[in-house]
Design a protein around this ligand. Sequence first.
Ligand code: GLU
Length: 452
Amino acid sequence: MEHYNVDQKIQDFIAKIEAKNPNEPEFLQAVKEVAVTVIPFIASRPQYNGMKLLERMSEPERTIIFRVPWVDDQGEIHVNRGFRIQMNSAIGPYKGGIRFHPTVNLSVLKFLAFEQTFKNSLTTLPMGGGKGGSDFDPQGKSDMEIMRFCQAFMTEMCKHIGPETDVPAGDIGVGAREIGYLFGQYKKIRNEFTGVLTGKGLAYGGSLIRPEATGYGVVYFAEQMLKTIDQDFNGKTVTVSGFGNVAWGVIKKVEELGGTCVTISGPDGYIYDKDGITGDKIDYLLELRASGNNRAEDYVKKFPGAEFHAGKRPWEVKCDVAIPAATQNELDLEDAKILVENGVVCVTEAANMPSTLEAINHFLEHKVLFSPGKASNAGGVATSGLEMTQNSIRLNWSSEEVDTRLKEIMIGIHKACRDYGKEEDGYVNYVKGANIAGFVKVAEAMLAQGVV
Ligand code: GLU
């Protein structure tokens, strides 16, 4: 048999993806991270060879780009761009959030949809991968402007989604309020009350624990990581970035497990609260987020014992566990070096792709426990999957029931990552483990369904 060089295969694959998707750095970053771990695996499995599985997974099944015109409170007309990337439906209807943020573009949403495919597969629930959003900036908009924008967005998107086709949810800039407006418009146009969106309010088909789920899931996952080195959260100092829904859930659960979170951050800088973000301070995070200011600095006005570090990231604060929970590429090689020097033992990603490839490699080289968002933040979408189940059976589960299932799912994902990611010296490479475990289920479904 001809001896082929796997490194060459990886390089050829990446060159093709680069040529086909110019000007899409985030998408290329996400695909590269997967390619270096999955291509050697494919090469070792004759049944996958030559089936162009990763090539197929890297091309969205469908990309929808649309105009979103809306009128502000002063009567001025605005035009935003709307997107829905329907990435892969091999294992279930497309599933993934909607992001409203000025940085949204095709590259960002393709990276998110690509990661979502692997993430959803890891949950073991029947959900394909998708992602959508708009370059609309919710900051400073009135409630009525948000409503009109959501209605305008859904007026087009409702033609492409449905409970058996594509089920969007929230992401950055899209929370319970936006999901409510999106749902209302879908119901009005389609004349259907269905589980077409997740993250809904409890009064109209939402699931208990969904708001907390991403953050809780991250901490359940980190708990399993720590367990591999016979440690737990008790007494640990934890640094967290962001101050959105995910950071809030993380901080709540860490406190419950005996650890202390000492930072949050916003686009303006980070907060260091040496006494810990505990008790009332955790509830205040919800207020801070709802204020719509997007400024972490407001925290020190309320809690003067804390420090605000303008324009900086929280990774310079000494910690045992670091949990990036803000956005993509918020932790680079320099940050990774500081964290390692300061003795971090575990980095658990809560955002999607918060670490650069160079930062990830630094953690892996130094054998720090490191898990990629697609594994450790999968609790959010997993609980969306549980919301879909509850909608289908027309029943609501208790908090305990949802939380128990969420925890089981996170433990299962951790085990899958461990099974595929354990190296000879016992170190678990969670990046490799997550990519391969996520790939296998999608690959098997695609093989069974033929070249479609
Ligand atoms: N936006 C979340 C994520 O990145 C949740 C998606 C969902 O619930 O569909 O996974």
